[in-house]
Design a protein around this ligand. Structure first.
Ligand code: SF4
Ligand code: SF4
Length: 612
């Protein structure tokens, strides 16, 4: 068995890392509830395993998502991860070909050129030498790009990068040294003893002109081994813990695990999967519009991981979800922030409003729930009442004369127990009414009714319901001969993805102008209920910046589907801001004319059918 003392730093570092990961992942597995544990076990014997392996290849090795967003950044990550992976795999194949039988400890493929530097002694020697040199060059290109990114991140289109912690600096320095030291070790060996290919042999020749390769090759192998050992030992205490943990995350997600609202082993896996790549920093409006640079998700996840959460930072977030959409690892960031908020608040007693008198229920086909914010924007409520009456809907205006909030603001504040009291009380009333459809005007209410109430009836935002009324000819709309830009409210986009219905509805009324920041990439209006620390000045900066980006072409109207967005943009906009219900109400044909227009439309449709 080949051995030299210099392999010890590498071997000890590797053993420490494997031991640490075994204990940590074993602990997380043990702490899982039995359902999650059985999902993991059965997942390994199901077809989901193949899905997980495909994602590991495309995301952990090739970094496809980063590549799609930023080619240079994607190439940097890919060359480091995939290049290193191939160096290990092909290095192992090379050492197996050379020594098909007998002991082949893990350090032999890593230090192969030290132990087997004589050229031409095994089949395909020159092919392996060429490929290994090529791969080393590939990884070195990644190291150079990573170094350049640290010095000047703007060249990569990144305005901000995350700050390094001491553990990160230690691990990062050793990581960057690994491959240049490998190049030196193999090049000196090539010059002193032989072997190598286009990269290592020519570098060895070059260095040999002014350095004593015969004296330096052995210390270079020591240095290479020390860099590897230090990196492995530092990895668990640095951001590089994300390298093995992201693989665990991908398996867990494919096997059906997700965030539940309380801290679980899955939460630990998510938190440790953050590479602090910094991609979420530039997505955050609090950063680019309001100049707040300490509260973003990369920092929040770091604070949760190292237990130094500051409540003012945790509460200073719009919960807009832009960072989650940008995150290449797909971490469920808003849910984790909510868990942190819940933990900060501790267990709160049952709320006093649990004794509050609730309105009685009423039998109806449809329930209309305006929500607190809509009550503060009465024009939306008025428009909805007019439309529902015109369409002849048998509806119950559930919160017309009071009642409880939907509960989501309490959830966002980190008071899940209090929110659940509201959910229970509202749910009872809704189910007792016998309604088959619940319509809300506020996207915040819509999200919680759709996701947390388990109502088993249709839950619709009014933009969806109004389109349905229009398609069923319960209401008819006429063109308003104006241009408009539509703003997607956060709570209605990204997570819930209500994109097409409002646009379809508006296309019959106005000429729609398409902004750059829409749908997945839409901006927060700044009025978010989820931010508990931002003052008026910060909110105004966010609103002003968002308005300028959403309506740069000066459309005559700004239309949205959220009372909060309407209020926020009204303060900064130079054109009228309307809710989609208000637009429908203005465009709606009423009374006798409605009947005439309907008959005309029907006749036109029949004529075109006959002609076809
Ligand atoms: S949360 Fe996602 S985008 Fe942000 S630093 Fe972590 S991995 Fe990168
Ligand atoms: S949810 Fe929005 S405001 Fe909060 S950190 Fe993410 S991008 Fe910034």
């Amino acid at each position: 068995m080949k051995f030299d003392l210099f392999v010890l730093p590498f071997t000890l570092g590797l053993l420490f890392l494997l031991g640490y990961l075994t204990v940590t992942y074993g602990r997380w597995f043990k702490q899982m509830n039995t359902t999650d544990r059985s999902k993991i076990i059965t997942g390994f014997f199901s077809f989901r395993l193949f899905g997980a392996l495909c994602e590991i290849t495309s995301e952990s090795l090739l970094h496809r998502r980063i590549f799609m967003k930023n080619r240079l950044l994607g190439f940097m990550h890919m060359s480091l991860a995939f290049g290193w992976f191939l160096l290990i795999v092909i290095g192992n194949m090379e050492s197996r070909v050379f020594q098909p039988a007998g002991m082949n400890p893990p350090y032999v493929p890593i230090f192969f050129r030290f132990f087997h530097s004589t050229p031409g002694v095994f089949p395909l020697h020159s092919v392996f030498s060429f490929v290994m040199d090529l791969l080393l060059l590939f990884v070195l290109a990644g190291v150079m790009l990573a170094l350049a990114k640290r010095i000047y991140s703007r060249a990569y289109g990144m305005k901000r990068t995350t700050k390094l912690m001491p553990g990160d600096r230690f691990a990062l320095t050793s990581l960057w040294l690994i491959f240049p030291l490998r190049l030196l070790a193999e090049s000196f060996t090539s010059e002193a003893i032989g072997g190598g290919d286009f990269l290592t042999a020519s570098t060895g020749q070059l260095l040999g002109h002014f350095l004593p390769a015969g004296l330096l090759f052995y210390p270079a192998w020591w240095a290479y081994s020390v860099a590897l050992g230090v990196f492995f030992a530092a990895l668990p205490f640095s951001r590089y813990m994300h390298i093995p943990t992201e693989v665990v995350l991908i398996f867990s997600r494919h096997f059906g695990l997700s965030e539940t609202g309380v801290r679980t082993s899955f939460t630990e896996v998510e938190i440790n999967s953050c590479s602090r790549c910094g991609i979420c920093l530039d997505a955050c409006q609090l950063s680019f519009a309001a100049g707040i640079h300490t509260v973003q998700s990369a920092y929040q996840l770091k604070a949760i991981r190292y237990n130094h959460i500051k409540s003012n930072e945790s509460l200073n977030c719009l919960m807009c979800g832009r960072c989650e959409t940008a995150c290449p690892v797909g971490i469920d960031i808003p849910k984790i922030r909510l868990i942190a908020r819940n933990e900060m608040n501790g267990k709160t007693p049952d709320p006093s409003f649990s004794q509050q008198l609730m309105p009685g229920t009423r039998k109806a086909d449809v329930i209309y729930f305006a929500g607190c914010m809509t009550h503060q924007t009465p024009s939306i409520k008025k428009a909805m009442k007019k439309i529902l009456a015109e369409a002849g809907v048998n509806y119950w205006f559930m919160d017309e004369d009071g009642g409880l909030c939907c509960g989501r603001p309490m959830m966002l504040a980190g008071h899940p127990e209090q929110a659940s009291v509201m959910v229970r009380k509202n749910r009872k009333l809704i189910l007792e009414s016998g309604a088959t459809t619940l319509v809300t005007s506020c996207p915040i209410c819509f999200k919680i009714f759709a996701k947390e109430y388990d109502l088993k009836i249709r839950v619709m935002h009014h933009s969806q319901y109004l389109l349905e009324l229009e398609e069923k000819h319960k209401i008819q709309l006429k063109p308003l001969h104006a241009s408009a830009v539509y703003h997607d409210p956060c709570e209605l986009s990204r997570d819930i993805r209500v994109y097409e219905e409002p646009r379809k509805l508006l296309s019959g009324m106005v000429s729609l102008v398409q902004p750059e920041f829409e749908k997945e990439n839409s901006l927060c209006c700044g009025n978010s209920l989820a931010n508990f620390t931002a003052g008026d000045a910060v909110r105004r900066k966010v609103s002003e910046d968002a308005y300028a980006k959403i309506n740069p072409y000066g459309a005559q109207y700004m239309v949205t589907s959220c009372p909060l967005c309407k209020k926020a943009f009204e303060k900064v906009s130079d054109v009228p801001v309307r809710d989609i219900a208000e637009m429908v109400s203005r465009s709606m044909i009423t009374g006798d004319i409605k009947e005439i227009v309907y008959k005309q439309k029907k006749a036109t449709a029949v004529r075109s059918l006959v002609i076809d």
